[in-house]
Design a protein around this ligand. Sequence first.
Ligand code: 5RP
Length: 226
Amino acid sequence: MASIDDDKKAAAVAAVAEVRMGMLVGLGTGSTAAFAIRALGDRVAQGLAIRAVVTSDASDKLAREVGIEVLDFAAVARVDLTIDGADEIDSRCFAIKGAGGAMLREKIVAASSARMVVIADGSKQVERIGAAKLPVEVLPFAIAYVMRVLTDMDAAPTVRDNYLTDQGNLVIDCHFVSLEDPRATAATLSAIPGILGHGLFLDEVDGAYIATNGVVTRLERAGASA
Ligand code: 5RP
């Protein structure tokens, strides 16, 4: 029987097979994304010429270690393919991301990408997203105000302990009793001054590779270009 790590790696290797010569690749963050970065490094070592942008300092370090050329995303307007993990993904290709705290950069890089695929072991696949904690990145200046608003929304907010994002901001983990209407929740969160980003990915994910017991299943958003 395959371990969770075997499944993360299998999903990552399947997604990395989408990378073609000359692409600019977005590299996600987290333990599953790390498998993808290593698998991409292996392909680079075999002669694949690609460049990458990264979504966190940790992924930047790993990508450089495995020989991937990393560009400064501030000078990049368009990415060909982004590969990233998720905390939950459902059949609509709606995802919750951000347990690793990188959701703000991850969403920007995903938005800039012609295609974005999630990689995950089977434990992340759910019928409907909503059970995982939903992280929001908050400007430290606004923390008390945002906590008050999220408490009023019954979001059961908790400030992540001893944690700052790569941008030096705080993370509040929310747990909504129900995420019946994720688009309404996303719009509400996006409209709160002081919230810089959140982990609801509703339009960014084009497809997913999900591995369970060594078997990789591919999911595609209706109408996505594979
Ligand atoms: C980081 C993320 C990660 O991709 C997500 O938390 C999954 O991480 P892992 O692959 O370690 O389970 O969104 O912000």
